[in-house]
Design a protein around this ligand. Sequence first.
Ligand SMILES: NC(=O)c1ccc[n+]([C@@H]2O[C@H](COP(=O)([O-])OP(=O)(O)OC[C@H]3O[C@@H](n4cnc5c(N)ncnc54)[C@H](OP(=O)(O)O)[C@@H]3O)[C@@H](O)[C@H]2O)c1
Length: 339
Amino acid sequence: MLKKKEKYNVAVVGATGAVGNEMLTILEEREFPVDTLRLFASERSEGKVLHFKGKEIAVETLKEDSFNGVDIALFSAGAERSKIWAPIAVRSGCVVIDNSSQWRMDPEVPLVVPEVNAYDLKWHKGIIANPNCSTIQMVVVLKPIHDVAKIKRVVVTTFQSVSGTGKRAMDELLQQTVDLLNFRDIKIQVYPHQIAFNVLPHIDKFLDNGYTKEEMKMVNETKKIMGDYSIKVTATTVRVPVFRGHSESVNIETERKITADEVREILKKAPGVVVIDNPEKNEYPLPIYASGKDEVFVGRIREDESIEKGINMWIVADNLRKGAALNAIQIAEELIKML
Ligand SMILES: NC(=O)c1ccc[n+]([C@@H]2O[C@H](COP(=O)([O-])OP(=O)(O)OC[C@H]3O[C@@H](n4cnc5c(N)ncnc54)[C@H](OP(=O)(O)O)[C@@H]3O)[C@@H](O)[C@H]2O)c1
């Protein structure tokens, strides 16, 4: 188990990917107390050199003894890899913070957004799960409202950028855009349809209930993080041709009547939240401005005129930062603060 030290030996699994790359940047930016840093990816990347604090670090492939001496392992290499390697890492004595969906709903694994439920870190048994990107940005905004007015129901529609699918999807959007603008045929490899100049109401696999896995992640993870299984959630998740930053239209119904002004005041004081809500000046959150930022941005706050106690909001955040790498590193920061 993690012991208090001045600096920690850290591993990033999936270091060459979209989230892994962001993790290296954030570890450096936030001056996380790193002693040694080991970087892992697939065989395709073995020997590739990445940079951290001006030093070159060669990427390795995973082996049974890879985690010996590692204190904290940040996983961002997909659920299949997490399933196999996270227990091996824990047996080697390190704490795993996992970005994949593999452990999120496991009752033995805390699912944590530090602004919402840092207290759940106390009962971890070696693995801590980082929630789905769309869920993270939504609960950061919902929790302070829930504390005051108790949320009964959430209806969310997402507008998710292609970086949420990883590096290959970003390359595909760029390539399709260039090809279409040059009247060339396009290649469709990552998504089931063209993504450039299009909108896909389909993220992850379809399930028997007609929802997608991504939609059910939002439903189930929201309840676990908020620690309230009475909240009803329904979601429609949509992929849009945006490179970075997820946007969400969120409607909530509360037990106690709350005005739009009250919501704005609550959110102005909420940790990790920035209110941008000046419609008269055309000011509201936009993914192009949220990109590269740490906060969750919220605007278009208004009362839902179709029900007695309802609020509509527009929530935007950088999916690679708060939706993944930043949240994982904030968890690591909380963990070492607790020692
Ligand atoms: N993108 C987001 O906004 C986001 C948000 C929340 C959670 N997540 C989760 O984070 C994880 C990574 O997502 P991403 O978007 O960064 O994907 P990505 O860009 O496709 O990166 C995947 C990473 O996994 C590595 N990898 C693949 N097979 C491996 C293996 N057999 N052994 C070791 N490493 C292997 C890849 O290495 P190579 O470069 O060598 O192939 C790469 O470093 C996924 O579980 C995803 O669901 C992503």
